[in-house]
Design a protein around this ligand. Structure first.
Ligand code: FAD
Length: 485
């Protein structure tokens, strides 16, 4: 570095999943990293304790894994060791608890249930172990002046603090303050949409096996779904043999359940087999004690303001959780951002004018690349809500899945199921959807042609052998008449 150059400082707002991973990537590229997090350090025993029973698990799939792998550290292995593989959906169909397993992939690929808090802790540990990363906890972003490279925070003891960063990244979640500050400086298109559905978490404890050892109450290698058309219950396994269940349903339905009796009759009507597994008392205390979460989709465009700032993760594209892609997409943002910084040969240095040469072009390129993919997965996540709570039980849906899977296993490049493209590849989301639309067209043609050929054959056979057919019918009718006599 010449005397006219300085090491560039990147300020990352939000030490959640995406912000902490991004801190690792930037530190590894030689930037000085300042990571600002609103909450206290989640790894401290006192905060661990307060989190008990509240942690939720997430499905981690290829896009997220690829970004973890991209650090070159042991992150992927470490987190997979503490995860539970989910190879299929287990659909709980009727009141009597009939279950139907639907594999996620014909080649046996699977998604992984991971503990959100554990993953966040691991990422913070790695980030903080790097010499050029400083983490500031209990720092809430309150204002940003991007043109003058300053960010202002309120600390937990009510102190205001201002920092100077050469480049500011908002990884501060769906209700991002960084984003609202950017919107004051630029023309950012922004769209936010709540759905009428809320969610509530319930816990399903381990049971004892024949030897008295703890084990899972349900098959652990499945993501369990109780689809009920306008609402549903899901359950993901945890490494401690419990399941975290999430009840998704319209807010009005939550409000209609006011008493324990109403809750029990609602559950016995709709999720009867789960009552015994969750336990009646636990069900009542979780349902009435745990908060109702709301679900929001956020779309923004572009994601950057000149070479000054950028938003990533939920700050740029919050989505409903039904494709299990929010975090995966956020992790992929990090990987894509750094690929683009590499492509533009961005150095972690400012020149004598305090500019990071080429950064504006690189960030424009990032927005151009990533906005369409972010929008695509937001839309797809919404579509999957319909699929999970309704379509998974329809004959047409299952027939199409079988056909797709059968063609894919014989001609793996010709037809790739959408779920495989989204969860088991890193293909840009927008490309996956384009391909899916083209495939759907051809599958519809194939299904229609098959139906026409089958109908034509049946008509021809019926006509050709009508005499034989009619005499058989007469014979059957006579036999039935005789039986009745
Ligand atoms: P967040 O996790 O929201 O982190 C933002 C961080 O910024 C937080 O630590 C917050 O404290 C901090 N912050 C906020 N404001 C400020 C401020 N003003 N100043 C400083 N810091 C601030 N995704 C999947 O991939 N798979 C799944 O299976 C899945 N399941 C889900 C289930 C549910 C019920 C929900 C709600 C979401 C699910 N998601 C899933 C989505 C996933 O949780 C999010 O996409 C992911 O957490 C986004 O990470 P993030 O770091 O961008 O944002």
């Amino acid at each position: 570095m010449s005397s006219e150059q300085n090491q560039a400082v990147v300020g990352i707002v939000g030490g959640g999943l995406v912000g902490s991973l991004n801190a690792i990537y930037f530190a590894q590229r030689g930037w000085k990293v300042e990571l600002y997090e609103l909450r206290p350090d989640m790894r401290l025993p006192i905060h661990r304790e307060s989190r008990r029973g509240k942690s939720i698990n997430l499905a981690l799939s290829e896009r997220g894994l690829s970004a973890l792998r991209g650090t070159g550290l042991n992150l992927e292995k470490t987190i997979l060791k503490a995860s539970v593989p989910m190879k299929a959906r287990m659909v709980h169909i009727g009141k009597n608890g009939t279950q139907m397993s639907q594999a996620y992939d014909v080649n046996g690929q699977y998604i992984n249930a991971v503990d959100r808090a554990k993953l966040n802790e691991l990422l913070l540990d790695e980030a903080q172990s790097l010499a050029n990363v400083t983490v500031y906890f209990e720092h809430r972003l309150i204002a940003a002046d991007f043109d003058n490279n300053t960010v202002e925070f309120m600390t937990s003891n009510g102190e205001k603090k201002t920092y100077r960063n050469d480049f500011i990244i908002g990884a501060d979640g769906a209700y991002s303050k960084t984003r609202t500050q950017m919107m004051r400086s630029m023309r950012m298109d922004y769209n936010q949409e709540y759905i009428d559905t809320g969610y509530c978490e319930l816990s399903m404890p381990p049971v004892k096996d024949l030897d008295g050892k703890p084990t899972f109450a349900l098959d652990p290698n499945h993501l369990h779904i109780w689809p009920r058309h306008t609402f549903m219950l899901i359950a993901l396994p945890n490494p401690d043999f419990s399941f975290t269940c999430t009840l998704f349903m319209p807010f009005q339905m939550f409000e209609n359940i006011k008493t324990e009796d109403q809750l029990m009759s609602f559950f016995s009507e709709n999720f009867n087999d789960s009552i015994r597994l969750i336990g009646e008392d636990a069900l009542k205390s979780d349902f009435f004690g745990n908060p109702r979460g709301s679900l929001v989709t956020v779309k923004a465009s572009p994601h950057n303001y000149k070479d000054k700032s950028i938003i990533i993760g939920d700050a740029a594209h919050a989505m409903v959780p039904f494709y299990g892609q929010g975090m995966n997409c956020g992790f992929q943002d990090v990987e894509v951002l750094h690929q683009i910084l590499d492509k533009h040969h961005i150095k972690p240095q400012t020149n004598k004018d305090g500019v990071i040469v080429g950064l504006e072009k690189a960030l424009d390129d990032y927005s151009k690349t990533r906005v369409k993919d972010a929008h695509a997965i937001c839309d797809l996540a919404m579509y999957n809500y319909y699929e999970m709570r309704h379509a998974v039980t329809s004959f047409k849906f299952l027939a199409r899945k079988k056909l797709e899977g059968a063609i894919h296993s014989v001609f793996p490049r010709l037809i790739i199921p959408l779920y495989t493209m989204v969860s088991f590849s890193t293909l840009p989301y927008s490309k996956a959807i384009d391909r899916w639309h083209r495939q759907t067209h051809w599958l519809n043609v194939a299904m229609m042609s098959t139906t026409i050929v089958a109908a034509t054959t049946a008509t021809f056979v019926g006509f050709r052998y009508r005499d034989h057919f009619m005499s058989s019918v007469t014979h059957v009718v006579d036999s039935v008449k005789k039986l009745k006599q």
